[in-house]
Design a protein around this ligand. Structure first.
Ligand SMILES: Cc1ncc(COP(=O)(O)O)c(C=O)c1O
Length: 377
């Protein structure tokens, strides 16, 4: 595996081995909450560990009920999973998806899962990275004969929320042709605009995916859920082995749901950090896409070296960033997690040094018009 084209962030071990650096890199490539999990979640996990010899509930019913209660849904509409990833993998297989539509650039596992299940993937590329191409998506739904449309809001790696107007146009287009709509809300807890999970009760073709990995920083435990019509939940349940959610993960996730004030406080804390980090990155000449999540998509300034070189140079100095090659974004973009204030402050001067062009000009001539192509992929 060539490290710049990492499929996911956070694989410190692989990166350290590749570049011969210690594994304690400061990780800007993974989008978990930088302040770590809520203490109550860790305490609940420790208590659950004392019962490690007992099987967990095969359906994680307590978690399903708590999620249902929190969002005004029936518990038959909630399927807990081993992280959102298990559910992304399961869904096309269980529903027999023949053709899915994704809006690129976005999280790579959607397309992978559809292909693994034997389906085809139609891709609509954004014309501008900071704009959701609603008309093109509607058009593709009307003509494309897809049985599944997959959206991500806030979207990885662009960070933007799909606004209500665009979302409802896509949902209406799906309903017109009878396609299901999967909305991945892995980062929605950061988004002031809020979740659409409650809509599942009234819109049977809508399925909403959420998790505890990012906002609650429980990536290592693996807990997420799908909210969908009861018959969809039933189909997915029947297509997978029991006990996907272990007892420790279920306990920690349940504890996260019962923390009054936590979400608003952490969302606010992240908004402040994001604003400061984004302004500082802009000061270095990067073009930073507006983000409703805890990461920033950055376009490199004209004179800076490419993402391959930056990625390697920063890794050698102990900073892991997300190269965007696997998103199909080539060599002029990095995605940076909004980290702890001290980590952000540590990265900035090192990044500034690496952005400074070397004395000898790069031999490759730039195409005319490329300079103003910042948010055009
Ligand atoms: C948009 C999106 N959805 C889902 C996931 C997977 O989350 P989980 O850890 O819950 O499997 C990720 C992880 O990077 C993601 O970026």
């Amino acid at each position: 595996v060539t490290a710049p084209f990492q499929r996911h962030g956070g694989n410190l071990r692989q990166v350290a081995a590749r570049w011969g650096v210690p594994e304690d890199l400061l990780d800007f490539s993974v989008n978990t909450h930088p302040f770590g999990p809520p203490r109550a979640a860790l305490a609940a996990a420790r208590r659950a560990l004392a019962r490690a010899s007992e099987y967990p509930d095969p359906d994680a019913a307590d978690l399903a009920e708590a999620v249902a209660l929190a969002h005004g849904l029936s518990s038959r509409s909630v399927l807990p999973g081993n992280g959102a990833t298990e559910l992304i993998d399961l869904l096309p297989r269980a529903l027999g998806v023949r053709k899915a539509l994704v809006v690129a650039p976005t999280y790579g596992e959607y397309g992978e899962a559809v292909r693994r299940a034997g389906g085809a993937v139609q891709v609509v590329w954004r014309e501008r990275l900071d704009r959701f191409p609603v008309a093109a998506v509607e058009d593709a739904i009307e003509r494309g004969r897809c049985d599944l449309v997959i959206l991500c809001s806030p979207n990885n790696p662009t960070g933007d929320r799909i606004d209500d107007g665009a979302f409802h146009r896509v949902l209406a287009a799906c309903e017109t042709v009878g396609a299901r709509l999967l909305l991945d809300e892995a980062f929605v807890d950061y988004d002031e605009g809020g979740s659409r999970v409650g809509l599942v009760a009234r819109r049977p073709l809508l399925m909403v995916l959420r998790g505890f990995t990012k906002f609650y920083a429980l990536a290592g435990l693996r807990a997420g859920y799908l909210a969908a019509a009861p018959e969809v939940v039933r189909l997915l349940k029947d297509a997978r082995p029991p006990w996907s959610v272990n007892r420790v993960a279920e306990a920690a996730a349940l504890a996260c749901l019962g923390l009054p004030g936590y979400a608003a406080r952490e969302r606010g804390r992240m908004a402040g950090l994001r604003q400061d980090f984004s302004a500082s990155l802009g000061g270095l000449g990067l073009t930073v896409a507006p983000s409703a999540a805890n990461f920033l998509l950055c376009h490199l300034p004209e004179a800076a070296p490419g993402a391959d070189r930056l990625y390697e140079g920063l890794a050698r100095e102990g900073f892991l960033v997300r190269h965007c090659g696997s998103f199909g974004l080539g060599d002029r973009y990095l995605r940076l997690r909004v980290h702890l204030p001290e980590a952000n402050a540590a990265l900035l001067p090192v990044l500034a040094r690496h952005l400074t062009p070397r004395p000898a000009p790069h031999p490759r001539a730039r195409a005319a018009g490329e300079a103003d192509a910042t948010m055009r992929p």
